[in-house]
Design a protein around this ligand. Structure first.
Ligand code: CDP
Length: 221
Protein backbone atom coordinates (compact mmCIF):
# COMPACT_ATOMS: atom_id res chain seq x y z
CA UNK A 1 0.00 0.00 0.00
CA UNK A 2 1.00 3.65 -0.50
CA UNK A 3 2.72 4.84 2.72
CA UNK A 4 1.03 7.38 4.98
CA UNK A 5 2.33 9.50 7.84
CA UNK A 6 -0.39 10.80 10.13
CA UNK A 7 0.01 14.04 12.07
CA UNK A 8 -2.74 14.56 14.64
CA UNK A 9 -3.12 17.07 17.43
CA UNK A 10 -5.12 19.97 18.82
CA UNK A 11 -5.63 23.41 17.31
CA UNK A 12 -2.58 25.63 16.87
CA UNK A 13 -0.01 22.96 17.69
CA UNK A 14 1.95 23.37 14.43
CA UNK A 15 0.68 20.45 12.37
CA UNK A 16 0.77 22.61 9.25
CA UNK A 17 4.47 23.36 9.62
CA UNK A 18 5.36 19.70 10.18
CA UNK A 19 3.12 18.47 7.36
CA UNK A 20 4.55 20.88 4.78
CA UNK A 21 8.12 20.14 5.90
CA UNK A 22 7.59 16.36 5.74
CA UNK A 23 6.07 16.60 2.28
CA UNK A 24 9.16 18.47 1.00
CA UNK A 25 11.64 16.39 2.96
CA UNK A 26 10.23 13.21 1.41
CA UNK A 27 10.46 14.63 -2.11
CA UNK A 28 6.91 15.75 -2.70
CA UNK A 29 4.53 13.46 -0.86
CA UNK A 30 0.90 14.52 -1.15
CA UNK A 31 -0.81 16.30 1.73
CA UNK A 32 -4.26 15.95 3.20
CA UNK A 33 -5.41 18.85 5.35
CA UNK A 34 -8.49 17.13 6.75
CA UNK A 35 -9.39 20.11 8.92
CA UNK A 36 -9.85 22.17 5.75
CA UNK A 37 -12.46 19.66 4.54
CA UNK A 38 -14.45 20.10 7.77
CA UNK A 39 -14.06 23.87 7.47
CA UNK A 40 -15.24 23.89 3.83
CA UNK A 41 -18.21 21.71 4.63
CA UNK A 42 -19.19 23.92 7.58
CA UNK A 43 -19.04 27.01 5.34
CA UNK A 44 -20.98 25.27 2.57
CA UNK A 45 -23.69 24.36 5.09
CA UNK A 46 -23.83 27.94 6.29
CA UNK A 47 -24.18 29.19 2.69
CA UNK A 48 -26.91 26.67 1.99
CA UNK A 49 -28.76 27.62 5.16
CA UNK A 50 -28.40 24.12 6.60
CA UNK A 51 -28.29 24.15 10.44
CA UNK A 52 -25.00 22.91 11.90
CA UNK A 53 -26.87 20.39 14.06
CA UNK A 54 -28.52 18.55 11.14
CA UNK A 55 -26.08 15.70 10.44
CA UNK A 56 -27.87 14.08 7.49
CA UNK A 57 -28.46 17.42 5.75
CA UNK A 58 -24.86 18.60 6.21
CA UNK A 59 -23.53 15.22 5.07
CA UNK A 60 -25.74 15.36 1.97
CA UNK A 61 -23.74 18.38 0.75
CA UNK A 62 -20.49 16.36 0.50
CA UNK A 63 -21.03 14.67 -2.90
CA UNK A 64 -21.78 18.05 -4.50
CA UNK A 65 -18.53 19.71 -3.40
CA UNK A 66 -15.69 19.96 -5.91
CA UNK A 67 -12.61 20.76 -3.85
CA UNK A 68 -9.09 21.43 -5.09
CA UNK A 69 -6.04 22.44 -3.07
CA UNK A 70 -3.16 24.24 -4.76
CA UNK A 71 0.05 25.95 -3.60
CA UNK A 72 2.88 24.60 -1.45
CA UNK A 73 3.17 27.37 1.13
CA UNK A 74 0.71 29.10 3.40
CA UNK A 75 1.19 32.28 1.34
CA UNK A 76 0.40 30.89 -2.11
CA UNK A 77 -2.32 28.55 -0.93
CA UNK A 78 -5.60 28.43 -2.83
CA UNK A 79 -8.59 26.34 -1.80
CA UNK A 80 -10.89 26.04 -4.77
CA UNK A 81 -14.49 25.09 -4.14
CA UNK A 82 -16.36 24.76 -7.41
CA UNK A 83 -13.59 26.86 -8.92
CA UNK A 84 -13.88 29.73 -6.41
CA UNK A 85 -10.99 30.46 -4.02
CA UNK A 86 -12.25 30.13 -0.44
CA UNK A 87 -8.80 30.16 1.23
CA UNK A 88 -9.25 33.34 3.30
CA UNK A 89 -12.63 32.33 4.69
CA UNK A 90 -11.57 28.73 5.25
CA UNK A 91 -8.57 29.87 7.32
CA UNK A 92 -10.54 32.33 9.47
CA UNK A 93 -10.76 31.41 13.17
CA UNK A 94 -14.55 31.48 12.98
CA UNK A 95 -14.46 28.67 10.41
CA UNK A 96 -12.46 26.50 12.81
CA UNK A 97 -15.18 26.89 15.41
CA UNK A 98 -17.91 26.13 12.86
CA UNK A 99 -15.95 23.09 11.69
CA UNK A 100 -15.65 21.65 15.17
CA UNK A 101 -19.45 21.74 15.52
CA UNK A 102 -20.25 19.75 12.40
CA UNK A 103 -17.24 17.49 13.12
CA UNK A 104 -19.15 16.05 16.08
CA UNK A 105 -21.92 14.74 13.78
CA UNK A 106 -21.48 11.02 12.92
CA UNK A 107 -23.13 11.40 9.46
CA UNK A 108 -20.62 14.10 8.57
CA UNK A 109 -17.60 12.03 9.61
CA UNK A 110 -18.93 9.06 7.64
CA UNK A 111 -19.54 11.19 4.54
CA UNK A 112 -15.97 12.56 4.59
CA UNK A 113 -14.26 9.22 5.21
CA UNK A 114 -13.84 7.96 1.65
CA UNK A 115 -13.00 11.43 0.34
CA UNK A 116 -10.07 11.50 2.79
CA UNK A 117 -8.90 7.99 1.95
CA UNK A 118 -8.83 8.95 -1.75
CA UNK A 119 -5.97 11.38 -1.04
CA UNK A 120 -3.71 8.35 -0.57
CA UNK A 121 -1.67 8.35 -3.77
CA UNK A 122 1.91 7.45 -4.70
CA UNK A 123 4.57 8.23 -3.67
CA UNK A 124 3.01 8.81 -0.24
CA UNK A 125 0.68 10.94 1.88
CA UNK A 126 1.08 13.15 4.93
CA UNK A 127 -2.34 13.49 6.55
CA UNK A 128 -3.06 15.98 9.30
CA UNK A 129 -6.09 16.37 11.54
CA UNK A 130 -7.62 14.86 14.66
CA UNK A 131 -8.36 11.23 13.73
CA UNK A 132 -5.93 10.47 10.90
CA UNK A 133 -4.13 7.82 12.97
CA UNK A 134 -7.12 6.54 14.93
CA UNK A 135 -9.81 6.29 12.22
CA UNK A 136 -8.86 7.24 8.66
CA UNK A 137 -5.41 5.65 8.24
CA UNK A 138 -5.03 3.25 11.18
CA UNK A 139 -2.49 1.22 9.14
CA UNK A 140 -0.08 4.18 8.73
CA UNK A 141 3.51 3.06 9.43
CA UNK A 142 4.32 6.34 11.22
CA UNK A 143 1.80 8.13 13.40
CA UNK A 144 2.72 11.40 15.06
CA UNK A 145 0.67 13.06 17.80
CA UNK A 146 1.66 16.65 18.49
CA UNK A 147 0.71 18.46 21.66
CA UNK A 148 1.50 21.71 23.49
CA UNK A 149 -0.03 23.70 26.31
CA UNK A 150 -3.16 25.72 25.39
CA UNK A 151 -1.44 29.00 26.34
CA UNK A 152 1.47 28.32 24.04
CA UNK A 153 -0.81 27.33 21.17
CA UNK A 154 -2.85 30.50 21.61
CA UNK A 155 0.35 32.58 21.59
CA UNK A 156 1.53 30.91 18.36
CA UNK A 157 -1.84 31.40 16.69
CA UNK A 158 -1.75 35.06 17.80
CA UNK A 159 1.63 35.57 16.17
CA UNK A 160 0.53 33.76 13.01
CA UNK A 161 -2.53 36.00 12.69
CA UNK A 162 -0.70 39.26 13.47
CA UNK A 163 1.98 38.36 10.89
CA UNK A 164 -0.81 38.17 8.35
CA UNK A 165 -2.30 41.43 9.60
CA UNK A 166 -5.46 39.71 10.86
CA UNK A 167 -6.82 41.37 14.02
CA UNK A 168 -7.11 39.10 17.09
CA UNK A 169 -6.64 39.25 20.84
CA UNK A 170 -4.67 36.75 22.90
CA UNK A 171 -7.49 36.37 25.43
CA UNK A 172 -10.11 35.51 22.84
CA UNK A 173 -7.73 33.05 21.12
CA UNK A 174 -7.00 31.35 24.47
CA UNK A 175 -10.69 31.00 25.15
CA UNK A 176 -11.37 29.78 21.61
CA UNK A 177 -8.59 27.16 21.82
CA UNK A 178 -9.82 25.85 25.17
CA UNK A 179 -13.40 25.60 23.90
CA UNK A 180 -12.30 23.79 20.75
CA UNK A 181 -10.03 21.43 22.74
CA UNK A 182 -12.92 20.51 25.00
CA UNK A 183 -15.24 19.85 22.05
CA UNK A 184 -12.65 17.83 20.10
CA UNK A 185 -11.43 15.74 23.05
CA UNK A 186 -14.78 15.01 24.68
CA UNK A 187 -16.98 14.17 21.70
CA UNK A 188 -18.24 10.58 21.55
CA UNK A 189 -17.16 10.05 17.93
CA UNK A 190 -13.48 10.13 16.90
CA UNK A 191 -12.33 12.08 19.97
CA UNK A 192 -8.91 13.68 19.72
CA UNK A 193 -6.37 11.33 21.31
CA UNK A 194 -3.09 9.65 20.33
CA UNK A 195 -3.56 6.60 18.10
CA UNK A 196 -2.24 3.25 19.23
CA UNK A 197 1.49 3.26 18.55
CA UNK A 198 1.62 7.01 17.96
CA UNK A 199 4.81 8.95 18.66
CA UNK A 200 3.86 11.82 20.95
CA UNK A 201 5.78 15.04 20.31
CA UNK A 202 5.26 17.70 22.98
CA UNK A 203 6.28 20.98 21.40
CA UNK A 204 5.76 23.23 24.44
CA UNK A 205 8.76 25.56 24.63
CA UNK A 206 10.28 24.29 21.38
CA UNK A 207 11.23 26.44 18.40
CA UNK A 208 10.03 25.37 14.93
CA UNK A 209 13.56 24.11 14.17
CA UNK A 210 13.56 22.01 17.34
CA UNK A 211 10.18 20.53 16.47
CA UNK A 212 11.40 19.57 12.99
CA UNK A 213 14.54 18.06 14.56
CA UNK A 214 12.35 15.76 16.64
CA UNK A 215 10.34 14.76 13.58
CA UNK A 216 13.55 14.06 11.63
CA UNK A 217 14.59 11.70 14.42
CA UNK A 218 11.28 9.84 14.07
CA UNK A 219 11.80 9.51 10.30
CA UNK A 220 15.20 7.89 10.79
CA UNK A 221 13.91 5.19 13.11
O1 CDP B 1 -5.91 24.43 12.16
P1 CDP B 1 -6.63 23.97 13.38
O2 CDP B 1 -5.91 22.88 14.08
O3 CDP B 1 -7.06 25.07 14.28
O4 CDP B 1 -8.02 23.36 12.91
P2 CDP B 1 -8.30 22.30 11.77
O5 CDP B 1 -7.28 21.22 11.76
O6 CDP B 1 -8.52 23.02 10.50
O7 CDP B 1 -9.69 21.65 12.25
C1 CDP B 1 -10.85 22.42 12.48
C2 CDP B 1 -11.82 21.56 13.28
O8 CDP B 1 -12.25 20.47 12.45
C3 CDP B 1 -11.24 20.89 14.51
O9 CDP B 1 -11.37 21.68 15.68
C4 CDP B 1 -12.02 19.58 14.62
O10 CDP B 1 -13.19 19.73 15.37
C5 CDP B 1 -12.40 19.27 13.21
N1 CDP B 1 -11.58 18.19 12.63
C6 CDP B 1 -11.92 16.88 12.93
O11 CDP B 1 -12.84 16.64 13.68
N2 CDP B 1 -11.22 15.85 12.37
C7 CDP B 1 -10.19 16.08 11.56
N3 CDP B 1 -9.54 15.05 11.03
C8 CDP B 1 -9.80 17.41 11.27
C9 CDP B 1 -10.51 18.45 11.83
Amino acid sequence: PVPVITVDGPSGVGKGLVTRWLSQRLGGWHRLDSGALYRILALAAQRAGVPDSDGPAVAALVPGLRIEFTGDTEQDEAILVDGENWADTVRAETSGALASRIAALPEVRAALLQLQKDFRRAPGLIADGRDMGTVVFPDAPLKIFMDASPDERAARRYKQLSDKGIPATLDSLCEEIRARDARDRNRPIAPLKPAEGAEVVDTTGLSPAEVLGKVETLLRR
